[in-house]
Write a protein that binds this ligand. Structure first.
Ligand SMILES: Cc1cc2nc3c(=O)[nH]c(=O)nc-3n(C[C@H](O)[C@H](O)[C@H](O)COP(=O)(O)O)c2cc1C
Length: 376
């Protein structure tokens, strides 16, 4: 291991546990769970990443138990795992045992797609999409503007799943509040034009997410880490912003911390980019500074090209080669963030952490388009 990379491999407290290093496997949808049930091959996939040396492993987004959480748009949202129901939970128990057995800590990511869903989609075609606004297509309301009661129901669904994660022995629970899905749709002024308590300023736009976090905290008690992922960017718009200034970001973070968030997972496409004009700090560094909570950075760590969402993927070359981890090491040393999450690089090469640790970076498999479909 090169001397400078040592900091990546320093243990890190995480709730009552200690991670063996600072490398996190980012949550990545794999669509390999027919009927919502992660099977043996899913467990083996996660085990390989634990054996490869990651300290913390987030699951791919898994649907909460509310019927509006899922979408099935052709191939895009099929075979996504559930985090409810006997068979799916049995599958996650196996994943957990495999991951913990090989030394990483396992944390499931809970997901509600929000207004990506449409009326008519499985499992229950009578259930419309749920989101901040009504969406009408061909004269039919396919997404409903959530009522206060709907917000409560969704928060309770998250809380039930989080309690299950705790009872199962997971290392914490992660919430997908990013990329244009439900909670992010409320954060973003473009999709949230509400005039009630859930719309308007950031205090109101963050209300749903805070309700979710608070209900989870009530359900899991103290000492069980709640990780909140947010982003400025959306799957459909890389230039979108939920917070126009550090002050507005500060409001969001303060409220989430008050509700019970322990860790922020700050999703960017390039982890080093300045978040706001006139200041070199990244979004993760701002988050750590403003919230006083530890932060996870993600975005092109160890790769020379950024992630492309499925909306843009077919239009560009997405192959990416190893990029030196020196900038990550420097940012960790500056305490810009506490953990470094790696997505595509760990998809392409489960041994990425171990190869970096032992200086075998020349042996790291580059990321290719085929890795999105492949499963190993
Ligand atoms: C195939 C794939 C699936 C993803 N699925 C999810 C997901 O389920 N939840 C989520 O929060 N982010 C998801 N992401 C985003 C990643 O967690 C990560 O933030 C992004 O890939 C940038 O990191 P990278 O540059 O290291 O790949 C996904 C990314 C990829 C490539």
């Amino acid at each position: 291991m090169s001397a400078s990379a040592d900091i990546l491999f320093k243990p890190q407290p995480f709730g009552p546990a200690t991670l063996r290093n600072r490398i996190v496997m980012a949550p990545m949808t794999r669509k390999r769970s027919p009927g919502g049930v992660p099977g043996k091959e899913v467990a083996a996939y996660y085990r390989r990443r634990s054996e490869g040396g990651a300290g913390l492993i987030f699951s791919e987004g898994a649907f909460i138990d509310h019927p509006s959480a899922q979408a099935h748009e052709g191939n895009a949202y099929d075979n996504i795992p559930h985090f409810f129901g006997r068979d799916a939970l049995h599958g996650w128990e196996r994943v957990l045992a495999e991951v913990h057995g090989a030394g990483a800590l396992f944390v499931p990511q809970l997901w509600h797609v929000g207004e990506v869903r449409r009326l008519g989609m499985a499992d229950d075609p009578a259930v419309p999409g749920y989101g901040p606004r009504e969406i009408v297509e061909d004269g039919e309301a396919v997404v409903k503007a959530m009522s206060e009661r709907d917000c409560e129901e969704i928060a309770d669904s998250y809380a039930r799943c989080a309690r299950t994660a705790r009872e199962m022995g997971c290392g914490g629970v992660a919430l997908h509040g990013a990329h244009g899905y439900l909670m992010d749709q409320f954060f973003w002024p473009e999709s949230n034009r509400r005039s009630d308590r859930y719309g308007g300023g950031m205090e109101n736009r963050s209300r749903l997410a805070c309700l979710v976090v608070a209900r989870i905290r009530d359900a899991v008690g103290s000492g069980f880490p709640i990780v909140f992922r947010f982003s400025q960017w959306k799957m459909t718009d890389y230039d979108a912003r939920i917070a126009a200034s550090p002050a507005e970001l500060g409001v969001l973070l303060d409220r989430l911390v008050a509700a019970g968030v322990d860790w922020f997972d700050v999703s960017t496409r390039r982890f080093w980019e300045p978040a706001f004009e006139g200041d070199p700090r990244s979004l993760a560094a701002w988050t750590r500074h403003l919230s006083g909570k530890p932060a996870i950075a993600v975005g092109s760590i160890g790769l020379d090209r950024p992630h492309q969402s499925k909306v843009f993927r077919d239009k560009v070359d997405i192959a990416a080669k190893y990029a030196d981890v020196e900038p990550v090491v420097e940012a960790l040393a500056r305490r810009d963030f506490d953990l470094a999450a790696v997505g595509r690089a760990i998809l392409a090469d489960p041994e990425w952490p171990e190869k970096v640790r032992t200086g075998r970076t020349a042996e790291i498999r580059p990321f290719e388009r085929a890795d999105l479909a492949a499963y190993w």
